[in-house]
Design a protein around this ligand. Structure first.
Ligand SMILES: O=P(O)(O)OC[C@H]1O[C@H](O[C@H]2O[C@H](CO)[C@@H](O)[C@H](O)[C@H]2O)[C@H](O)[C@@H](O)[C@@H]1O
Length: 273
């Protein structure tokens, strides 16, 4: 398995054809696995304010309807929340970084956390709320993982609150990492977006899924790297980031979220009749 590296940059719509002509083949199965915040929808000042751009949504809707395409959205949000924001029929949803999965027919796969981790989670939420839910910072309790948001905190208070929140999460045994103006706290289990992506693909296409479908994954955040790593050599990944020095498991870097619309349009033009 290769290490993170500097990925090929795609900075305009025309480059998709030039750089990724082997990403899919018309008439063959295509699996699109997509992150939500920062990928399908631009980052907004509050999670409730996100919206997919109209053209992106229309194109994704068309792709999701096509008999040869399969669409899954794998998000850090709670499943119900991401489902409500995407609201496209036929899509498989994974919430809480893949811990909860729901198929279009309503059936589910939930990763069951051990009792001690569940208890630690509740204690962690309580302590975070008591000690660091202040000065504009708040806890998004998603029942099995949480996000500590500090976007609206005065800049001079952020370092102290971030450090304290990190310490609290880690003391309760949770994996804490920095995200967009937030800390993502995930349970210490061997399940993440990468495992969820593999699980969903095997469920849909079988053990040899990479021979049954072209696979495309897109994401913008550190938690998406788990999926990019898991899919190395099995599909193509796109990491959205403006950071020129970013090292990633993805094959391509998209400097702006707006390029996701171009990616979908390029796929739709080449793929749909
Ligand atoms: O895996 P994702 O679908 O990318 O979800 C990651 C987290 O996204 C949300 O927080 C982030 O987006 C918000 C809306 O743009 C933004 O206000 C916030 O600062 C970001 O951290 C969401 O609230 C979390 O639950 C997700 O884990």
């Amino acid at each position: 398995m290769s290490e993170k590296r500097i990925a090929t940059v795609i900075s305009k719509a025309e480059d998709f054809q030039k750089e990724c002509s082997s990403c899919f083949e018309k008439g063959f199965n295509l699996a699109l696995l997509l992150d939500y915040d920062g990928t399908l929808a631009p980052i907004a000042s509050n999670p409730s304010k996100t919206q997919m751009p109209v053209e992106l949504e229309e194109t994704l809707r068309k792709l999701a309807k096509h008999p040869k395409t399969f669409v899954a959205v794998i998000s850090g949000r709670a499943l119900k929340d991401v489902k409500a924001h995407v609201n496209i029929e036929g899509v498989t949803f994974a919430g809480n970084h893949g811990l909860e999965i729901e198929y279009p027919d309503g059936s589910r796969h939930d990763y069951e956390l051990p009792a001690d981790i569940k208890q630690n989670y509740m204690d962690m939420v309580q302590e975070l709320k008591q000690r660091v839910e202040r000065d504009g910072a708040w806890v998004e309790d998603k029942h099995v993982s949480l996000t500590y948001h500090y976007r609206d905190t005065p800049v001079e208070l952020k370092p102290e609150l971030k450090q304290l929140a990190m310490e609290i999460c880690q003391r309760h045994g949770f994996r804490a990492n920095l995200a967009h103006e937030a800390i993502e706290a995930k349970p210490p289990v061997d399940w993440h977006k990468g495992e969820a992506a593999l699980y969903i693909l095997k469920d849909k296409f079988g053990k040899y899924f990479s021979q049954e479908a072209f696979i495309i994954f897109a994401g913008d955040d550190t938690t998406d790297e788990d999926a990019m790593r898991a899919l190395q050599g099995l599909g193509r990944s796109f990491r959205i980031s403006a950071d020129e020095h970013l090292e990633t498991f993805a094959d391509y870097r998209l400097p702006q979220q707006t390029l996701m619309t171009d990616l979908f349009k390029w796929i739709a033009n080449g793929y749909l009749d």
